[in-house]
Structure formats: structure tokens, C-alpha cells
Design a binder for this molecule. Structure first.
Ligand SMILES: C[C@H](O)[C@H](O)[C@@H](O)C(=O)CO
Ligand SMILES: [Mn+2]
Length: 425
């Protein structure tokens, strides 16, 4: 390792130890944390099952940066490249439309075997897998309703898809020896003010109950449900609101998924973690960055990311929280987007671990709010960067912006060839 990196690390350790912070121990803890990288950043949420389908469900990708993955092999290559630039061992989060099969199969007919190549790859790479049923980008979701649909035939189709998804998740968990978190998000809602808000919610509840009726060993699969305030085209009413899913998850022993972009622009999820985890064993996060709306921007080191990390660390909530990413930016290099968002998420957790939590709690309890403010502000400029550099070097991944050279090289050697192939076909 570079001597300067080691020296800066040792200096930083001395500073932190003056506040009782064991930096080596923090790094050991950090190395245990798995972030779930969402496959859909790699191809602008297209998937492989229905290649001509338009993205629907009130979510949108903007930008057409060249070289996005067009096949499962390309997506796996890109994920491998991204993961080689991120410290730690992580998970990959798949959507049902990313099945890797030559068969023509609809969403309600999917089986574990359609994901076997993903599982073989995950085993080979030492990764875990998470899963999501895809309740959008399909003709049966064309009017914006799925599990709460008033048409019984359509609703049953989506119920079958939900059940099929859990079998796939169970297979992931069993094969990979770690639980797969299966997250259900449905886009169902109305653009304009509805007359009947109740019936769709009753149907959504009944559909979920039916999907979850089969018991699956939680060491293989953990079910989560994701709410939303509004989507494009569902501005006035979303069936699966926060209150709906809080009630649903807590009454059914399921996990709540909090997406940072799914609330009112002034509402933050960091303030919700301790409340939900008081009544639930497990929580799923979709770390995202809303800019004015649920725009799914790449995660940056902003105040909310840091506050989420602090809440997880200060409350010792990490063992009970699964951290997934959820952004899709088509305007920049797709691999760089993963690397930036994931490195930031891990770096924010490190920053939170390098704060004098016990000391700050004591100060707060004693009512010394002057010291609380003074110390939290001073710690913002403590040398966490030196610890981060050391962590990257010791994990064998590029230090600081060196990873960008790797991405640029990959772009030149792999992505641009892909792009010219598409142009010439
Ligand atoms: C593609 C994902 O399922 C999606 O982003 C979902 O998690 C969501 O957040 C929808 O707004
Ligand atoms: Mn989400």
C-alpha cells in the first residue's frame, strides 16, 4: 500500500481515538455491510423479457448515454466492472423482467430455472441476490392498475406473478445461503381525484394476502412492500400509500420498504427509521435522490444520505436493515452511476461510524446543546477521507477518483464497441 495513504490513516486514527473511536473496529464493521446494487441502472429499466416494451408505471429514465447493457451477459460484465471498483462484498437486486432465458415466457409463468444463469454467476462472484416482481412495462398494466385491478382476470394474472416471484426468491436464498429480499412495488393509482379510494385498497390487501399465503422460510426469503406518494400519471391517488403499507406490513409481519424519493419533497426517510424499527424486526431502504420529485438521481453525499447513515449507526439498526439502491440515470455512464452511488452510500456509513456517538449521546442527555452543536460541526471536517482511502486500498479497489480511469478505459474498450454495433445494425 502507498506509504502516504498508510501514514494519513495512522494520523487520522490518533485523532479519532482521542474521542474514543476505534477506527480499525469501524472498518471491520463496514466490511460486513452489503449494499444491494439494482440491476436496472445498467440498462435504463428495460429488462430482457419484453425487449420492445415501453417503460411504464409512472417512472421515467432521462438521457441516452451510449453503451447500456443489451443482454444479460453484458449486464453481468458491467456489474462485475462496477463491483470491482467498490469496496466490500455486496448483493445484486434483480427485477423479474431481467430473466435470462431464450424461452418466450410471460410474467406469471416465470420459474427459478429462468434465473439459473444469474444464480450461477452470483455463486461464482460470491454475491447475494435480491428480487422484485415487475408490476409495470406490460400490457396488463397498461391502464396503471395491477394488484388492485377491478378486472378479476387481470388481478389474478398479477397475483400469479407475485407468487412466482417468491418462488424465485426462495430459490435464490436457498442456493446462495443468504436471504433474498423480495420487494413489491405496484404503480396502481389515478391521475385525477378518485371517487372510491377504498375498493382498490381492499383489492390490493386481498391480492397481497393471497400472494403471501404460502409460508417461505425467512432464511431464504424476506418480503417487503414499498409505498409511494405519487407517480407520473398517479398524481392524485396511489393505492399503495405509506399508511396503507405501514398498516399492511406491521399487521402481516412483513417489512416496510422506504424509498427516499417516495415522500413529499420536504419529508425525509431518515426520520422514519427509528419509528418503524420500534415495531418491526426488519426494514428495507431504497436509497435514492429525489430532485423536486421522485427523479431517481444518482445518490450523492448530501445531508439526507448522511442522516440516514447516522440513524442506522447511532441506533445500531444496521443488522436489521437491508440497504438497496434505487436510481436510474441514463444521462451518464451507467457503470459510473453505480460506482458513485454505492461508494457514497458506503462512505456515508463510514462517516457516521467515525462520529463520537456515545460522547454525543451523553452530552445531549446532559442538556449541553452548545457542545452537541459544536462537536457535530467540528466532526464534519475530521479526516474521514484518509480512513476511506485506506479502506479502499486495503480492500483492493481504486483509491479516490482513480476508479474513473478504469470506467473510462472500459467505456473505450467495451461500451463503445457495443454502441457501434448497435449503430451499424
Ligand atoms: C424499478 C423499481 O422497481 C422502482 O424504482 C421502485 O422501487 C420504485 O421506486 C418506483 O418508484
Ligand atoms: Mn424504489
Amino acid at each position: 500500500m502507498d506509504q502516504q495513504i498508510r501514514k494519513s490513516y495512522e494520523d487520522a486514527k490518533t485523532l479519532y481515538s482521542q474521542h474514543g473511536i476505534d477506527v480499525d473496529q469501524a472498518l471491520e464493521k463496514l466490511a460486513q455491510i452489503k449494499i444491494s446494487l439494482h440491476c436496472w441502472q445498467g440498462d435504463d429499466v428495460r429488462g430482457f423479457l419484453f425487449r420492445d416494451a415501453e417503460l411504464s408505471g409512472g417512472i421515467a429514465v432521462t438521457g441516452s448515454y451510449p453503451g447500456r447493457a443489451a443482454t444479460p451477459d453484458q449486464l453481468r460484465d458491467d456489474l462485475e466492472k462496477a463491483l470491482s471498483l467498490i469496496p466490500g462484498k455486496h448483493k445484486v437486486n434483480l427485477h423479474a423482467i431481467y430473466a435470462d432465458t431464450e424461452e418466450k415466457v410471460d410474467l406469471d409463468e416465470l420459474e427459478p430455472r429462468h434465473f439459473q444463469r444469474w444464480v450461477d454467476w452470483a455463486k461464482d462472484q460470491g454475491l447475494g441476490l435480491d428480487f422484485n416482481p415487475t408490476y409495470f412495462s406490460h400490457p396488463k398494466a397498461a391502464d396503471g392498475f395491477t394488484l388492485s385491478h377491478a378486472d378479476e382476470e387481470i388481478r389474478q394474472f398479477w397475483i400469479r406473478h407475485g407468487k412466482a416471484s417468491r418462488k424465485i426468491a426462495e430459490y435464490f436464498g436457498r442456493e446462495l445461503g443468504q436471504p433474498c429480499v423480495t420487494n413489491s412495488w405496484v404503480p396502481d393509482g389515478y391521475k385525477d381525484t378518485p371517487v372510491d379510494r377504498l375498493s382498490p385498497r381492499q383489492r390490493l390487501r386481498d391480492s397481497l394476502d393471497e400472494i403471501f399465503s404460502e409460508e417461505i422460510d425467512p432464511s431464504y426469503n424476506i418480503d417487503a412492500v414499498e409505498s409511494k406518494l405519487f407517480g407520473l400519471g398517479s398524481e392524485s391517488y396511489v393505492v399503495g400509500s405509506h399508511e396503507f403499507y405501514m398498516g399492511y406490513a406491521l399487521s402481516r409481519g412483513k417489512s416496510v420498504c422506504l424509498d427516499a424519493g417516495h415522500f413529499h419533497p420536504t419529508e425525509v426517510i431518515s426520520n422514519k427509521l427509528t419509528s418503524i424499527l420500534m415495531f418491526s424486526e426488519h426494514l428495507l431502504l431504497h436509497v435514492s435522490r429525489p430532485v423536486r420529485w421522485d427523479s431517481d438521481h444518482v445518490v450523492t453525499m448530501d445531508d439526507e444520505l448522511l442522516e440516514i447513515a447516522r440513524e442506522l449507526v447511532r441506533g445500531d439498526l444496521l443488522p436489521r436493515t437491508s440497504i438497496g439502491l434505487d436510481f436510474f440515470d441514463g444521462s451518464i455512464n451507467h457503470i459510473a452511476a453505480w460506482v458513485i452511488g454505492t461508494r457514497n452510500t458506503i462512505k456515508a456509513l463510514l462517516r457516521a461510524m467515525l462520529e463520537p456517538v456515545d460522547e454525543l449521546k451523553r452530552i445531549e442527555l446532559a442538556g449541553d446543546f452548545t457542545s452537541r452543536l459544536a462537536l457535530t460541526e467540528e466532526f464534519k471536517s475530521y479526516p474521514f477521507g484518509s480512513v476511506w482511502d485506506y479502506y479502499c486500498a486495503s480492500q483492493g479497489v481504486p483509491v479516490r477518483e482513480q476508479w474513473l480511469h478504469e470506467v473510462k478505459r472500459y467505456e473505450e474498450q467495451v461500451l463503445s464497441a457495443r454502441y457501434s454495433l448497435v449503430q451499424n445494425s
